[in-house]
Design a protein around this ligand. Structure first.
Ligand code: NAD
Ligand code: LMR
Length: 345
């Protein structure tokens, strides 16, 4: 009997910022079958800038030394055209970090330039059906610029990560309710991956371990003041709290969230019909300005598809929160577009 299992064709996965700390927690999972399937080999096409090449070469050696049966190849490069060639999935971790004294507009400008160049390269050489998730901050607006410069890629294929925020929110609810995190369902994030995001439990439920029955979170956690106050602020500020504690931004939990996001999109959610959060181009749902990369509740049936969930009731409280995060995204969009326009002039 053969011990070698039959495998699918390899998937080409581009990861930018691949010499960074988030990538270090992520790459093994990509090559282990948890994201693209246990029968699907991957070719990792790793991009970083020139100063990162030596370190990236070390990452390549470690990947190879992990003896991963699903790792069909590793390409290390500082040339975006090489990194995106034939890529069917892309994870954008590489971005300009905010430095002390840097204005928000400088940050948007530096990142708009990076995502414009990468969008143009991706547009030329990637698979036209490539699925993209942008993680490098400001993630939503970077995704919007990427999409603008990659017109060959369908708009709905360019998304940004808010799954980390959703996982954080689930954890807070699980802790407060005294249940394990897998018993919290449909905890949502709306809007921007920033401190204006809206973690929303109005449609969330807690599953009874014995019967499987679902109870609304608001029936289990009756302290509305906490749900409307401390809960939301804790999730909004969690990234900053980790940064303050580690002196580095979240990496392990962020890598887990990237894997969750891409796995659900590629293969379907673990629980059928589950609502998950993805920042995707707005189609005007819930009155959000079209084209913004806005975190919505989505369902992922598998096969590289997702759909924005329609018809959820939005209370006045929720509407106010949605409008605040939408306004921030509109202002980021306008600033970033002005930067790229000035650059082209
Ligand atoms: P890091 O600084 O350790 O790594 C970033 C890497 O990107 C570096 O190796 C750098 O050389 C590379 N890079 C910079 N410019 C590049 C370019 N133009 N092309 C290719 N590579 C480039 O940072 P990290 O901790 O790995 O985080 C990566 C990004 O993810 C940051 O922007 C961080 O703020 C963001 N982040 C987002 C979330 C989220 O939930 N959306 C969560 C955590 C971190
Ligand atoms: C996070 O949410 O942990 C990160 O986006 C924080 C950051 O600024 O990198």
């Amino acid at each position: 009997m053969s011990v070698i299992t039959k495998k699918n064709e390899p998937v080409r996965v581009c990861v930018t910022g691949a010499a960074g700390q988030l990538a270090y927690s992520l790459l093994l999972n990509l090559a282990r079958g948890v994201v693209f399937g246990e029968d699907t080999p991957v070719i990792l096409q790793l991009l970083d800038i020139n100063p990162g090449m030596e370190s990236l070469n070390g990452v390549r050696m470690e990947l190879e030394d992990s003896a991963l049966p699903l790792l069909a190849g590793v390409v290390c490069t500082s040339d975006p055209e090489v990194a995106f060639t034939g890529a069917q999935a892309a994870i954008f971790l590489g971005a300009m970090p905010r430095r002390p004294g840097m204005e928000r507009s400088d940050l948007l400008k530096a990142n708009a330039k990076i995502f414009r160049e990468q969008g143009e390269a991706m547009n030329r050489v990637a698979s036209p059906d490539i699925k993209c998730v942008v993680v490098g901050n400001p993630a939503n607006t970077n995704a919007l610029i990427l999409s603008k410069y990659a017109p060959r890629v369908p708009k709905e294929n360019i998304t940004a990560l808010t799954r980390l925020d959703a996982n954080r929110a689930r954890n807070q609810i699980a802790l407060r309710a005294g249940v394990s995190v897998d018993r919290t369902l449909d905890v949502l994030i709306w809007g921007n991956h920033s401190a204006t995001q809206y973690p929303d439990v109005s449609h969330a439920t807690i599953v009874c371990a014995e019967t499987g029955a679902r109870r609304p979170v608001s029936e289990v956690i009756t302290d509305t003041e906490w749900l409307h106050g401390e809960f939301i602020e804790t999730v909004q500020q969690r990234g900053a709290a980790i940064l303050a504690a580690r002196k580095l931004s979240s990496a392990m939990s962020a890598a887990k969230a990237v894997a969750d996001h891409m796995r659900d999109w590629w293969m379907g959610s673990e629980r059928e019909g589950e609502l998950v959060s993805m920042a995707v181009p707005s189609d005007g749902s819930y009155g959000i300005a079209e084209g913004l990369i806005f975190s919505f509740p989505v369902r992922c049936p598998g096969g590289g598809k997702y759909e924005i969930v329609q018809g959820l009731e939005i209370s006045d409280f929720s509407r106010g929160k949605l409008q605040k995060t939408e306004a921030e995204l509109i202002s980021e969009r306008d600033e970033a577009l002005a930067c790229v326009a000035a650059d082209s002039a």
